[in-house]
Design a protein around this ligand. Structure first.
Ligand SMILES: *Cc1c(COP(=O)(O)O)cnc(C)c1O
Length: 495
């Protein structure tokens, strides 16, 4: 069965998976969505005996229907290899009655690696399938983790270049160092004076600039996106929910068909949307618990049906969730609105214009699968502190937001179903916040001293990704105004 992809903002002209991956965003500014959600065609028991790569194939083949078996298997083999420090790829750790799904064992120790280690291969395969001769220029806005993961994924991949924009003062020191030490002739990293939403809006504007696109085409370039709006990011993220479920089944922790809850620390809404798709595919998930930090737009949205970005932007210790416009939510809005592009477009225009929209009661009624809550900075730190002192297990601030929200959920609902808390970053990526939460006395220490101390506390070896940047030279020092992003791109391309 072939799946085609429609834009959330217009009708007609559905595209194949490879075309949707190449384009990233639809020309009308909409996001590509599958015209139907496929159902798993292997039993959970069969999947339970498979490796991560095999499960990835079984899930992704259902969405990327214009890829041949060989093409897809090659992409998967190149992605989930020794770049990950465990053969399990996405292991589960048990602590305090919940399962932590560790998605941080890839090259850049954050969950973005799960999708960005495969996206370059999906993209170059898509280019080949569509006879694209242009060089592909990846434009990415990052709140910290996407940038490095995309750089690592695309560095020196033939036929591609990558430009990453990050908020100069909005990412952790270690996140920044990871990016500005990136090697690869085809990489370009720029700090902007502005926040993540400015970076994301700037990138969207460049994508929407038709004149520029025509000029680029003349010069032998075309843009694509590595942001989580690309379905080539979304589809690989569905895999680990299926994998987590069947591994719990295999371990005898759940019965076949037993429902579980998933708890997802959320920013741009990509990760939790993948869980929603997994559920629609037949995976026995009950509630999708959406955890926000103090930028709690989504919490307010789930409670009231009003999405309102008009509020102060807060910098928190979980910077990858410091987001007021959760781009991937558009896919859910489109769906609960009955796949009605006109209605969705109105909402998105209202969001762009006055910064808010209100969904109908009918739409709101379809959000019963979701539960939203948030954790403030103090609660987040306390969660890290408590889990460490009670179990020895150390989690990063993003994961701690999720763990804290899960506690609130259980208290509010009494629901004790088995739960998977998605662990999105290694604590080593946010060492200072983590060590500070464990004990304030560490605050005076240097970043890399803290790294060694964390290694002792957590009884975990310092990850390779951190060892590498200890001494790496800075290779990128570009800074630009948020209004100068297009010029920065053109300068890099030399056009
Ligand atoms: C990107 C990111 C998130 C948020 O994921 P979304 O898919 O944007 O909701 C959470 N935690 C970490 C560590 C991340 O890098």
């Amino acid at each position: 069965m072939d799946i085609l992809y429609n834009s959330t903002r217009s009708t007609g002209n559905p595209v194949k998976a490879s075309e949707a991956i190449l384009k990233g965003l639809s020309e009308d500014g909409g996001l590509f969505v599958p015209d139907q959600i496929p159902v798993l065609d292997k039993s959970l028991e069969e999947l339970a005996d498979m490796t991560y790569g095999q499960v990835a194939y079984e899930v992704m083949k259902l969405y990327l229907t214009d890829f041949t078996e060989q093409e897809l298997k090659e992409c998967i083999a190149k992605a989930y290899d020794q770049k990950f420090d465990t053969e399990e790829i996405a292991p589960l750790a048990q602590a305090e009655g919940a399962w932590y799904l560790e998605l941080f064992h890839g090259a850049t120790i954050a969950f973005k690696d799960m999708a960005l280690s495969i996206l370059p291969h999906l993209l170059t395969t898509s280019a080949r399938k569509n006879h694209v001769k242009n060089e592909i220029v990846i434009l990415t806005a990052t709140s910290g983790d996407t940038g490095k993961a995309a750089l690592a994924g695309f560095a020196d991949v033939e036929g591609t270049r990558i430009v990453v924009f990050y908020p100069k003062d909005g990412v952790s020191k270690i996140q920044e160092k990871q990016m500005i030490t990136q090697k690869g002739e085809n990489t370009y990293v720029v700090g902007i004076r502005g926040n993540f939403d400015d970076a994301q809006s700037g990138v969207k504007k460049i994508f929407g600039d038709r004149e520029l696109a025509a000029y680029m085409n003349e010069k032998g370039f075309q843009f694509s996106s590595a942001n989580s709006i690309n379905i080539g990011r979304l589809v690989p993220q569905i895999v680990y929910y299926v994998y987590a479920y069947v591994k719990l089944l295999k371990k005898g922790q759940i019965k076949n068909g037993e429902k579980i809850n998933v708890v997802v620390p959320t920013g741009n809404f990509g990760n939790i949307l993948a869980a929603f798709y997994a559920k629609q595919m037949g995976l026995p998930i009950d509630r999708l618990i959406c955890a926000s930090n103090e930028n709690k737009v989504l919490f307010d949205f789930f409670r009231t049906g009003t999405y309102d970005r008009n509020r102060e932007f807060v910098l928190t210790s979980s910077p990858s969730m410091d987001i007021l416009i959760s781009s991937n939510l558009e896919r859910l809005i489109y769906r609960i609105g009955g796949n009605d592009w006109k209605k969705n477009k109105e909402f998105m225009e209202s969001l762009a214009g006055k910064g808010s929209y209100v969904i109908t009661e009918e739409m709101q009624a379809q959000l019963a699968d979701f539960y939203g809550n948030y954790a403030d900075e103090e609660e987040t730190a306390k969660t890290i502190h408590k889990l460490y002192h009670q179990t020895g297990y150390v989690i990063d601030p993003h994961t701690a937001v999720a763990a804290c929200v899960y506690e609130k959920y259980k208290e509010e609902t009494g629901d004790g179903k088995p739960a998977v808390i998605v662990s999105t970053a290694s604590p080593f990526k946010f060492t200072r916040s983590v060590m500070n939460a464990i004990d304030h006395k560490y605050d005076a220490m240097e970043d890399f001293e803290l790294v060694d101390l964390l290694s002792e506390c957590a009884k975990v070896k310092v990850p390779r990704a951190i060892e590498e940047i200890r001494t790496a030279p800075v290779l990128h020092d570009h800074v630009c105004d948020k209004t100068q992003m297009k010029e920065a791109v053109m300068e890099f391309l030399g056009i």
